[in-house]
Design a protein around this ligand. Structure first.
Ligand code: HEM
Length: 502
């Protein structure tokens, strides 16, 4: 009989050999290729914040679906194909579920006391669960449907006024004001759109916050040159923005806490959060700062993305009159020529639903998703990625991958009619809301608002470009920001449709 000791003596060296061989291969794997950078600043001098997604798309053509750049001293990889996105989110999601700690984002999120910028871990899990269950669930979203309906009707009336006086409409302004009103009423139980000075204070603060979230601070990438941010005045701007937002939140909270407050009718997310604070049933003890940080998440993540997507949808439709005609025909025929389309009606419109997917494929409000950071080293696509590497997922490039999309640059809603591909994070060729653990939790709210607004403006009006403007003149330039807006406003002429709906 062969002794177990002898077996061990024979097998152990072989196992050890395999183990060290494996470790060596892991160690020997290269870092993804990429453009050469300069000492210290890396590739920063070659990159432009407002065109980053496009520059990275072109670099992926040269260096492949996974490549590297250096942002100052921070190694960064860029994923640009559905195949690698799938590998990343399916096999390594845990390793890449952190966010990089960036100065502007941390300051304005009360050091990550919320969802978007908090590092992956127990706190993030709890706060996300809390928000998803109590604030962002489909049930909660449908409870706010009367607000959406009321505000969309109000906007249609305004457009009707423009139509009867042939006044040109600035769609960026109109839709931003609409989504901001809807979200403010959902979040605070009131809006800030009506009163002049208060309205401009509110918009000024939140636009600045968007800018600060997306601004490049030298301290983040070359810490020993952090003093440059003081010299350029960026640090002072950030502090000022934080103070303004904090004061605003104090006022809002005082208003909600006022025992003489007239009515409880307009319950907003803020009230839900204070209620949760009282109950303290979760393992996160909600402080006032948590509440302020979460409110900011909701406002900034929801308002700009929804408004930007609706403007992009109208941009796409004005550039593609064939699709505009087809979708209007569907809505008006299957919608039963109703004066106002309800959220449930939209379920009857397959072409409309395909259209929104196609808009989110080609005109993304978040082309690079939101940056991730690796917790530990891992292997992907034949490369080894060390811990603390920034990860960009370039959805812009992924949504144009010719291996997955036929005629990728064509705006063709038909491609979704007989397809099961959807944007809920399971189909890695279509990820406008991201994927994996950190996928956007606001999808039900985003879809509800987007559908209601778009279906109704298409139902009630025919749309034309102002005199002298051709469809070829409509540009698709983007503004930098966490949510990317169309840079130049979209000016349009609303014509009351011959349905005489309003
Ligand atoms: C068309 C509209 C929207 C788009 C395109 C969008 C897109 C995104 C994307 C790309 C991410 C990053 C996902 C990732 O890292 O993989 C994200 C995260 C997030 N979104 Fe949205 N979003 C939209 C609307 C909303 C709305 C309406 C809300 C909520 C009220 C919301 C709340 C959030 C939050 C809280 C996160 C952070 C999640 C986390 O890090 O755990 N978003 N969104």
């Amino acid at each position: 009989m062969v002794s177990p000791l002898l077996i061990l003596c024979l097998v152990l060296p072989v196992l050890l050999l395999f183990f060290f061989q494996y470790r060596r291969t892991l160690k020997n794997l290269p870092f993804p290729p990429g453009p050469r950078g300069l000492p210290i600043i890396g590739n920063l001098h070659q990159l432009n914040n407002s065109l980053l997604y496009l520059q990275l798309y072109h670099l992926s053509k040269k260096y492949g679906p996974i490549f590297s750049i250096r942002l100052g001293l921070r190694p960064t990889i860029v994923i640009s194909s559905p195949k690698l996105a799938k590998e990343l989110f399916k096999d390594h999601d845990l390793v890449v579920s952190d966010r990089p700690i960036l100065l502007g984002q941390q300051k304005l999120s009360y050091n990550g006391l919320e969802m978007i910028f908090s590092p992956y871990g127990e706190f993030w899990r709890e706060i996300r669960k809390l928000c998803v269950v109590h604030v962002l669930s489909s049930r909660r979203v449908s409870r706010f449907s009367s607000i959406r309906k009321f505000e969309v009707k109000k906007m249609l009336k305004k457009l009707s006024g423009h139509a009867s006086s042939s006044k040109v409409t600035n769609l960026n302004e109109l839709l931003m004001s609409l989504t901001s009103t809807i979200i403010c009423r959902i979040v605070f139980g009131r809006s800030y759109e009506d009163e002049g000075a208060e309205r401009s204070r509110f918009h000024g603060m939140f636009n600045e916050c968007q800018a600060m979230w997306a601004t490049f601070f030298v301290s983040d990438y070359i810490p020993f040159l952090g003093w440059v941010d003081k010299l350029t005045g960026l640090r002072a701007r950030l502090e000022q923005n934080f103070k303004d937002l904090d004061n605003f939140y104090e006022e809002v909270i005082d208003e909600r806490m006022d025992p003489n407050r007239k009515t409880q009718e307009n319950e907003g997310i803020i009230d839900v959060l204070f209620e949760l604070q009282k109950q303290s049933s979760s393992s996160v003890e909600l402080t006032k700062d948590h509440i302020k940080a979460v409110l900011l998440d909701m406002l900034v993540a929801a308002t700009d993305t929804t408004a930007a997507t609706t403007v992009w949808a109208m941009t796409a439709l004005l550039q593609n009159p064939r699709v505009m005609k087809k979708v209007q025909e569907e809505i008006r025929t299957l919608g039963g020529k109703k004066e106002f389309l309800e959220e449930d009606d939209i379920e009857k419109f397959p072409y409309f639903k395909a259209l929104t997917k196609e808009v989110l494929r080609l005109y993304l409000p978040a082309p690079l998703l939101v940056a991730r950071e690796t917790k530990e080293a891992f292997k992907i696509g034949g490369y080894e990625i060390p811990a603390k590497t920034i990860v960009y997922v370039n959805a812009w490039a992924i949504h144009r991958d010719p291996e997955y999309w036929k005629d990728p640059e064509e705006f063709l809603p038909e491609r979704f009619l007989d397809s099961t591909v959807d944007f809920y994070g399971q189909d890695f060729e279509l990820i406008p809301f991201g994927a994996g653990r950190r996928i956007c939790p606001g999808i039900p709210m985003a879809v509800a608002s987007l559908n209601l607004i778009l279906a109704n403006i298409l139902n009630s009006f025919d749309w034309e470009l102002p005199a002298g403007v051709r469809k070829e003149d409509i540009d698709t330039e983007m503004l930098p920001g966490l949510a990317q807006h169309k840079k130049n406003p979209l000016y349009v002429l609303a014509k009351a449709s011959n349905l005489n709906l309003i």
